[in-house]
Design a protein around this ligand. Sequence first.
Ligand code: THU
Length: 141
Amino acid sequence: MEGGTSYEENHIPELIKAAIRAREGAYCPYSGFAVGAALRAKDGSVFTGCNIENASFSPSCCAERVAFFNAVSSGATDFEQIVVVGGKKGEDMVETTPCGVCLQVMLEFCDPDTFEVVSVRATGEYEVRRLTELLPYGFRL
Ligand code: THU
């Protein structure tokens, strides 16, 4: 199907499943908000992460950054999209968009005009946004 996006080329459903699985690992005793993320590299590999909190608060890390650091430490550097699922632990997902720190980490590794951030609602519907929409003036050296 030249020029179009065929069903087979839509990786979002498989990434949503991976993010939901990753969310089960969230360690969030302080906020009670559990997040999972699934990051797809251009070669098709998928890296996941969950949020990991800390009693001292500031060492806590968001699911998106855990997914990115997991990917980069495995040698991946070219990314296509990230799916984020979040909500109160044990409850349905609410549409969750990444924090500013995570967006800045994404900018380090992704083309902001093409990289997609996918936020999923409890119904399974989702919003797809480009990184440039979410972080139009990110820091660059
Ligand atoms: N959190 C994420 O992991 N990703 C987001 O996109 C938003 C916030 C985490 C940080 C903290 O552990 C908890 O959710 C509440 O802010």
